[in-house]
Design a protein around this ligand. Sequence first.
Ligand SMILES: [Zn+2]
Ligand SMILES: [Zn+2]
Length: 467
Amino acid sequence: MSTRLPHATSEEPFEPRVTSYGGRGLFATKSIPAGTLLRTCPAPYASAIYAPFRKEVCAHCFAYAFDAGKNAWNVKNDASPASRFCSEECMQSWAGEHDLSLVTRVEKAVQALAKSSLSVKKPVVVPVIALDGAATEITMQDLDDAWQAAEAMDGKAGALVLDEMEEEIMRFVLSAVLHKHYEDAATAEKDANGTQEGASAAGSRITSDLDASALSQNGHSTHSTTPAGPFAAFLELQDNELQHVRTNPAILPAQIRVWLFLRLAVMGVPGRGGRGSRDSSARGSRGSSARGSKNPSARSSQRSSPTRGSQTSPSRDSKRTFPARTSPERQNLATIPELLPYLSTPTLLRAILARDHANAFGLFDMQEKGESEMLGWAVYVAGSYFNHDCAPNVRKVRRGRALQFVTTRDVAPGEELCISYVDVQDTKASRVAQFAQHWNFVCGCGRCRGEVEGDHVPTNAEGSHVL
Ligand SMILES: [Zn+2]
Ligand SMILES: [Zn+2]
């Protein structure tokens, strides 16, 4: 039986409830006709375009050049030389949402560090988890230990050359960090006396946000005590850090390298690019290693919320403190002092990537027929509350960078509103394999329970790569 949660809204014909199988879901509170627009997520909280598509996908609206019969987009903005835009309007909208001087400095620092790393022979060796003795499963303590060891590392000790997957993760983290920074800056501006908030205050805000999220995830808190704002809403997403590393241990060293890279880029290290560097010609991405979990082998499968069948793991956040270990001296020397409070420790990066995994949606081209190309991925916070069902009653529609959720049939009061995370035409065996690999759940939906392999496969493509 489901339990009502306190944050139901009166305008929407549905409300969040705790599901009988664990986690939250959205349930109809009245009859909803087919074709009803349930929710629009205007823009993702954070996103990244896969490196090979960066010239072909608009950095603002994700329009794919090939869909418009072009090989690439050519509208640019000097602040972010690698980004492309489908139109002047998109470029201007993007520029209006960013601090262009900050973005320029971030891009230069990232490029300079990537270039200087190329000339360093010895690669950085990051901590990995080796299970020993009777241990059979990675624990949160193992993760904390590995990250603590990473914090103690000297990031200058070797080359921090990110492979393509790591560079994409780095881009995703940066988009989330910038979003968080803009939110903090806007909040600071609204403060009563209009006094500028220092970096240490920003650091303690990260701390309080994470603490509130930890409390909320442990069920000790209601929305009334949770800080409002996009980042707080993002933190409400299920924390999948431990599950992610358990299913893909290689992701941990990749995440650690990404953090070491960002910390170094933001801190600025003399002789390793950063402060004062004018060089922006270096390429940020090298190598061509597989994208691993970022790019599910089935290109038509989208990454999305894993809440069905999985339990909210007890958060470790409540047990930890989050000092912003940023001395004033360090702050003054930093290449990007504004971002130092967010990246001087791995806390925020861990929180971001813990929610990226299995909550993100694939960004696909808009091709109606045939195989869809996955161009990147994005977290749409409000969209992640739709759980999965292999016979979904809701479909997602991407309109530019907005994501909409529309009912595909009449829905009765009390029914859960679900999308499909996979192509509904996939066989049961294929679906089961995808759930296990990407979302770590066993689907208990009506169709799975009643379906023997080889049975009826729906002919409508409602859940099929609609993103
Ligand atoms: Zn565009
Ligand atoms: Zn199912």
